[in-house]
Write a new protein. Structure first.
Length: 351
């Protein structure tokens, strides 16, 4: 097997040198005007993409995260006679999402795919309710931990618990619950809270800034700095009101940090076997209880990064096995990954 990458020419992974071998860099956009320009040039770009794809002799393409311009790539793949599969992170838009129409585009993209992979049983069930997203196969996979270059945390050497909220600063992430839980805990010298991520300024962020021991850093975090942000923390807090699964949780697992998470969406499934996860109800009272639980533990053990049981190599091998079966037209027996990845059924459009 040989894997090839097609990335946006402006992708951060290309700009910072993390990826040096991109078989098919594609010009995308960085603004609404740029997007309009790419749509207008699609009739010219699609045949060009199809010729490039044909020369690469690709057997199948995998869309790792659907985006607005994927309709052009899907059309080029069809023109070149190459089947594709997509990985679905979200089945429905979250409150505060800037592009709620993205889910509609995702469903259209899925209709032409040979298979759709859902990253959690929670998402798989939502997709099945949407009539299998219009695909021949709906398959279940998982989101392995991200291996970030994390610096060892201070592990509360000065008696302070360092609590990190990381990711998009949107309403569904439960910033209001976090605020209320910290108010319930009151001013504490043994707790430092850091909110890091990108989102619109809001009254809730102002409330958090006004709390003692809390800092808010509203801005994009470059890929190269993610490890140091995680490395600062003893624990990550996910006070979400809803979630499909969490890339932040996956990064925290890779760094072997404690995780405080609400029991919503696919998070209980994702964190079920992680020994350093403290689950709570999506209420300020229970969130405060979970934070207090960590505060009362005293010094936390030093984080030791171990390779998790579900690695990227394992997940990729299972996905390829499923794709081989789907391309071979194996609709009478479920893919083997159904047993490896849990009891979640494989949904067939024709059943």
């Amino acid at each position: 097997m040989e894997a090839l990458l097609s990335l946006s020419r402006g992708a951060e992974l290309l700009q910072n040198g993390a990826v040096t071998d991109c078989a098919l860099p594609v010009r995308t956009y960085s603004s609404l005007a740029g997007f309009a320009g790419r749509v207008a040039s699609a009739p010219v770009a699609i045949p060009w993409l199809a010729r490039r794809l044909h020369r690469l002799r690709i057997d199948i393409a995998i869309c790792a995260m659907p985006a607005a311009m994927d309709f052009a790539m899907a059309a080029a793949l069809k023109l070149a006679g190459i089947p594709y599969a997509i990985v679905v992170h979200e089945a429905e838009p979250h409150p505060g999402d800037r592009f709620p129409s993205q889910i509609m585009l995702q469903r259209l993209l899925a209709r032409g795919a040979v298979a759709t992979f859902a990253l959690s049983s929670f998402v798989a069930e939502r997709l099945r309710e949407q009539d299998g997203a219009g695909t021949r196969l709906l398959l279940r996979t998982s989101l392995p931990p991200f291996y970030q270059d994390t610096t060892a945390a201070p592990t509360s050497r000065d008696g302070t618990l360092r609590l990190l909220s990381f990711g998009r600063l949107l309403s569904y992430k439960g910033l209001d619950l976090l605020t209320e839980s910290l108010v319930l805990l009151g001013s504490r010298q043994d707790l430092a809270v850091r909110i890091v991520g990108l989102g619109p300024e809001s009254a809730e962020l102002d409330r958090l800034r006004a709390l003692p021991g809390v800092t808010v850093e509203n801005g994009w975090v470059p890929e190269r700095d993610v490890g140091s942000v995680l490395g600062w923390a003893d624990a990550l807090i996910l006070p979400y009101r809803e979630a499909s699964q969490s890339g932040v949780a996956a990064a925290a697992i890779a760094a072997n940090r404690w995780i405080i998470s609400t029991r919503v969406g696919g998070l209980p499934e994702q964190l079920a076997n992680y020994p350093r996860a403290i689950m709570c109800d999506p209420t300020a009272t229970d969130l405060a209880r979970a934070i207090r639980t960590l505060l009362e533990r005293g010094d936390l053990p030093a984080p030791l990064v171990d390779e998790p049981a579900s690695s990227w190599a394992t997940v990729a091998a299972d996905m390829l096995d499923d794709l081989r079966r789907s391309l071979a037209g194996a609709t009478t027996s479920p893919p083997a990954a159904a047993a490896r990845l849990g009891s979640t059924p494989i949904y067939h459009r024709d059943r």
